[in-house]
Design a protein around this ligand. Structure first.
Ligand code: HEM
Length: 212
């Protein structure tokens, strides 16, 4: 649910603002068919491969748009080591043998709308980056569940989920400080929130097709 009532808090913490205002959007992702599979210990490898394809589309769209962005705030937030697509590509190669049992990949790409949306409001990319980076936190949960079901997997095919390893918390704290240092005006803050909502909403749509 998009927030239409809350006022942007210029000068306050953007990281806290995004966390608070997107809580229900994140809850929707966590109650999706895919997340329920994870929570109930029903995540199998073909579904995991389908999830990787979904996240590949998401990150590919975000990373392409960030690379092309000339917005100073977006450039200030982005670091090359945030790229996730190379890690997903490695995982998909490692898990190639499970692709045959994969769930059908959704044909309508919910991430295709990002481009037009960012075109009219470039600072929406800030919110999309917040969603992309924050997905590392839930990723740790997915990795734990997957390893519980497939102890022999080791780290094979888990590069995307375990990217920063034990320093994930430290990187997330750093990213949150970077958000706060942007010092956006009200318009920029509202655009960042729009972008984050857009990201979560598209993920929720995609995850609905990843389980039952
Ligand atoms: C199985 C699905 C998921 C689970 C179980 C999950 C779980 C969690 C948990 C436990 C946290 C808090 C971690 C902490 O504070 O250390 C978190 C935060 C977050 N997650 Fe997820 N997550 C899931 C999916 C996603 C996805 C798919 C995205 C985005 C693509 C996402 C984006 C975020 C963001 C942005 C935060 C940070 C919220 C904040 O500002 O503190 N999550 N998630």
């Amino acid at each position: 649910m998009r927030s239409e009532t809350a006022e942007p808090e210029t000068g306050a913490s953007l990281a806290l603002y995004l966390r608070r205002e997107t809580r229900s959007a994140h809850d929707r992702v966590e109650s999706s068919a895919f997340a329920r599979r994870v929570a109930e210990g029903r995540l199998d490898l073909p579904t995991y491969v389908a999830y990787l394809h979904t996240m590949q589309s998401f990150h590919d769209e975000v990373e392409s748009l960030v690379s092309a962005s000339t917005d100073t705030h977006v450039r200030n937030l982005w670091r090359e080591d945030m790229r996730r697509v190379p890690h997903i590509n490695d995982d998909l190669v490692a898990l190639e043998r499970y692709a045959s049992g994969m769930l059908p990949i959704i044909r309508s790409d919910p991430f295709a709308a990002f481009s037009g949306s960012v075109g009219t409001s470039p600072k929406r990319l800030i919110g999309l980056l917040y969603v992309a980076e924050g997905s590392r936190l839930g990723g740790r949960v997915i990795a734990q569940r997957l390893l519980a079901a497939y102890p022999d997997l080791g780290r094979s095919g888990l590069d995307y989920l375990t990217g920063y390893g034990v320093t994930t918390g430290k990187h997330w704290a750093h990213f949150r400080r970077s958000l706060d240092r942007l010092l956006l005006d009200d318009g920029g803050t509202a655009a960042a929130l729009d972008g984050a909502q857009l990201g979560f909403d598209a993920i929720a749509v995609a995850f609905a097709g990843l389980g039952s």
